[in-house]
Every structure is written in structure tokens, then in C-alpha cells.
Design a protein around this ligand. Structure first.
Ligand code: PEP
Length: 255
């Protein structure tokens, strides 16, 4: 079943105490709303916050996600956190392929596919981010559509249809992340439709119809409802606005 999801990517923000308070507010808000089963709320706090947050949220109401996982299972990899360690904390999903990881940590499709496989082996859902840079957007639709398709073809399109069911796609134009620039609802719809068609071409129409495709990039209470209303937009991956409980609540209500 295609889900409607509002997910918060906190990035490297908040102290543990602030994060626990924020998570509790989100959990209480969602609990007060009695959302339909199709609608889900996800939060992705920093690694250090996951264990205490798992203790305070209602796991039936809010899905706990991590922002990354290691490309290896265990061993001498200083600083890394494995998918199985995350699972042990009550984490249910992991964000992979975020443009900040691609840009600052040089994560390419080969590394990402390893992470995807390890996360899937632990039963985690994947929120897989794709999107074009400003330069690629300016080079025209032919180029940016191919860039986005290649990000899929080299990674999640190599999975089996059964594995792919655990994948949520987040279309995040890099030029819109944290910049205050947002894709217009029409721009978002065009790309989401193109992504869904690419999924249909690879896995068949039924799988494509069931795939959740989120929009991310400077989503806020003032612009979310219009973007989320588009036919192929199934919710949002939210950065900055997920750090304020009130704004995040409005975004939850916008979908
Ligand atoms: C993100 O980084 O996933 C994101 C969408 O950030 P922002 O909402 O701050 O643009």
C-alpha cells in the first residue's frame, strides 16, 4: 500500500535533551490525531539521540529512523554505526543517499548499494534520496532526468521487487535543500511522475503505484499543502522545519 509520510531529518541539530523533548512533543501530537494507518510520521534524529528517544516515543505512532548506517557489518571501522546496531535500538528506517552524504562524504552509488543491502538485511525501511544539483537543473530536463534515473538504476533498481517494497524514494532537488528555494508544485509533480514511470518500467506498474515518493527541499507550513496535494507526491522529507514541533505538526496536517 502506498503510504503518505511526513518525515523529519534533524541532521546534526539539537542537544540530546532538546531532541528528547522535541520527539516527545511530536509523539504526543501524533497520538492526539488518530491518523489513518496509511499516514505515517517519521523522525530521524542524530545517532546519539536514538536510544533515549526510543524510550519516550510511542513506537506505534512515530517511526524512528537513523540518518545513515555503515557500509559494513562490524569490525575495525572507527566511528561507524551498523544497521544491526540501529535495529537493536528500535530504529525502523534509515535515510540513505542524502545529498549532504553524497557531497561531503563522497558517497557514491556503489557505497550506497552496500548500505542499502545491509539495512534491508536487518529489516529496515530505506528512505532513499535522489535529486539534481543547480547546475544539472540549469542544463535542462534531458540531463537532470537522466541524472535522477541513473541514481535509481545504479542502486535501488538492482533490488528484487520484494526488496524494493521496503524503499521509500525522496526526491530532493539539491538546489532546494536548506536554501529557502522550493520546487514549484508543478516541478515536483513532473519529477515525481517521471520517477514513478521509471519505477514502472523497471518493476511494473503495480510496484510503482505502491511506491511512496516524498518531496524534500525547504518544505514549510506555508508551501507544503500545495506541493503535497500533487498526485504523485506522497508527503515530504523535511529538514529545517522538522526542528520546530509546531511547524512539524503543521506539516503533518498538510498531508
Ligand atoms: C533535507 O535535508 O532533507 C531537507 C529537505 O532540508 P530542508 O527542508 O531544510 O531544505
Amino acid at each position: 500500500m502506498r503510504k503518505l509520510i511526513v518525515a523529519g531529518n534533524w541532521k546534526m541539530n539539537t542537544s540530546v535533551a532538546e531532541g528528547v523533548e522535541l520527539a516527545k512533543k511530536v509523539s504526543d501530537y501524533v497520538a492526539s490525531k488518530n491518523l489513518p494507518a496509511q499516514k505515517q510520521v517519521v523522525i530521524a534524529p542524530p545517532f546519539t539521540h536514538l536510544a533515549p528517544i526510543a524510550q519516550v516515543i510511542n513506537a506505534d505512532k512515530v517511526i524512528l529512523a537513523a540518518q545513515d548506517c555503515a557500509a559494513t557489518t562490524n569490525g575495525a571501522y572507527t566511528g561507524e554505526v551498523s544497521a544491526s546496531m540501529l535495529k537493536g535500538l528500535g530504529v525502523k528506517a534509515v535515510i540513505l543517499g542524502h545529498s549532504e552524504r553524497r557531497q561531503y562524504f563522497k558517497e557514491n552509488s556503489e557505497i550506497l548499494l552496500k548500505k542499502i543491502k545491509l539495512a534491508l538485511a536487518e529489516g529496515l525501511d530505506i528512505i532513499f534520496c535522489i535529486g539534481e544539483t543547480k547546475e544539472q537543473r540549469e542544463a535542462g530536463a534531458n540531463l537532470y532526468n537522466n541524472v535522477i534515473k541513473a541514481q535509481l538504476v545504479d542502486t535501488v533498481f538492482t533490488l528484487t521487487p520484494e526488496e524494493f517494497k521496503k524503499v521509500i524514494i525522496a526526491y530532493e532537488p539539491v538546489w532546494a535543500i536548506g536554501t529557502g528555494l522550493t520546487a514549484t508544485p508543478e516541478q515536483a509533480q513532473d519529477i515525481h511522475a517521471m520517477i514513478r514511470k521509471a519505477i514502472a518500467d523497471n518493476f511494473g506498474q503495480a510496484v510503482a503505484d505502491d511506491t511512496t515518493i516524498l518531496y524534500g527541499g525547504s518544505c514549510k507550513p506555508s508551501n507544503a499543502a500545495e506541493i503535497f496535494a500533487k498526485k504523485d507526491v506522497d508527503g515530504g522529507l523535511i529538514g529545517g522545519a522538522s526542528l520546530k514541533a509546531d511547524d512539524f505538526a503543521k506539516l503533518i496536517d498538510a498531508r
